[in-house]
Design a protein around this ligand. Sequence first.
Ligand SMILES: [Zn+2]
Length: 631
Amino acid sequence: MCLKINFNRIGTIILPILLAACSMHSSNQSEVNTQEPIMLSPDVHSFSNPNEIRVNHLSLDLRVDFDKKILSGTAKVFLSHLGDQDTLHLDSRQLVIHSITLPDGSNATYSLTKPIEFFGSDLAVLVPGKAAFIRIEYETEPGAEALDWMMPEQTAGGKHPFMFSQSQAILARTWLPLQDSPGVKFTYDATIHTNPELLAVMSAENGHDKTTNGVYHFKMDQPVSSYLMAIAVGDLQFQSLGRNCGVFSEPGMLPKAAWEFADMQSMIDSAEALYGPYAWGQYDVVVLPPSFPFGGMENPRLTFATPTIIAGDRSLVSLIAHELAHSWSGNLVTNETWNDFWLNEGFTVYFEQRIMEKIYGKPYAEMLTVLGMEELKLTVADLEEEGRPNDTHLFLNLDGRNPDDGLTDIAYEKGRFFLQTVEREVGRDAFDEFLKDYFTENAFKPMNTKRFLDYLKDHLLDKHAGSAERINIDAWVYGPGIPANSPKPESAEFMRVENSLNAFMASGNVDDIDTSGWTTHHWLHFLRDFKKNANLDLVVKLDDAYHLTSSGNNEILCDWFQIAISTQYKLAYPSMERFLTSVGRRKFLTPIYKLLVTRPEDKKWAEAVFEKAKPVYHAVSENTISDVLNP
Ligand SMILES: [Zn+2]
């Protein structure tokens, strides 16, 4: 996922086990993923018992009801019996279960525990005689947290409603009854019924065109984790961008989106050249309405992306590189529990940076790396200030907590800089070879921190005498903050920016700023440095010269508004209100609201804006901002 506080965030691995071909409609054991199951470590965020009975295939038949804002239908849940227990435990939250039946059509005995905040209920189903599947008839509650239902006026086109899901971390259980634990991988097929004028897409094999009856069939033959289950339904159109990639968006946005993502095919080619073939066939991106709470979500075969990366200058497409890189790190080799989240995100940021370097060159990638380090330092400082030093470890202890607490820059950036430290120690060629083997050998399997560190030692560090000690793995993985041996990234481009800033700060003359060749990244670095010593006089001069208040670039706006708040530049407030009531991406909203609550007058203003903005925000963002306003 890209929740990145900075704007970043974007095989054939020969399938070790090829799954038996499956027809779209039949749901029988021939569809079942036959991979030898790995015994999973306990997942404190799931009620499931996958070491006893494990879900191996899901067959869905769901109707999308925009009037009631619910999904309803059936989920046929196929099972592997690994132990002796005959009670299957599933995760369920905000689901209304109508009936559960066994293969012979008889009613199954089941119970649902009282729901716990975040976690929901344990749905315990008696499955006697090692039954091959159960059939659950159910519907989602209107407020199911994974699903965002938008009125036509909340979309770009304004004519049709739109619905999309966000399952990570543990929201899949609010629209699907399943074992909602990332270590459990299963295949799936689905039939989705919706309004005939709308197109449904899923994290699976997709058709690219609307059908006349609004019925769509999907299949995903490669095993995926529950957090990668995804659906979007809206007035979508598709445009191909290469051999095996393309983009979906509302029709009015399609030309802009296609232009912005023109480098997608070369990103796929670069990624394959680094770490082996892309394993999932097609790679598409669907551009969602502005309420999508994250930058992107790496749903297999179909990345979900915020429209805020369509900047008009291709400057924010590292997000696509990030989500694409997840096709290896995360989607192929998956964190076994949310305590191991850094295994998904640290690898992905490292990989993303390598793709960006290959396509756009080293100076460009260096800028991204410096910005990443700036973000990491801020995150470490914030977490320490909040009394959460343990949350700056790579390996987390999220027992009893919402796993969203672990979705910070630690997993992303500290993870990346740890891997860069390993690379520096063993050399890039050796590290690349290691990573390629790691992704190939562990494809479609869960991975935890301990198994990874053992693998790293056996396959790489033992061949480089003394490297483990010099890297100081314990300090990185089980210790706080940024270890002393961390890389200290530098960027010549940013030095140029700093020279301009220093000259401007000294003279107060905007002509001293040399913006030739500046990208979004140059501006972000400039604004973040400027923020430290900004005053109202200089802010006015900058805005007069560069019209930052009316910028069309959301990354720049986000930093600019923070400067406007801290210098009380009130002329920017109407524009900030438009921004806060139209963009739902959490990484933009959080720092702005956090700054606004520090002044009583601004806090009042922020509360009024939040009330207006709520219908635009996804539950994920609404919850976060509500916490900021009412700690
Ligand atoms: Zn990610």
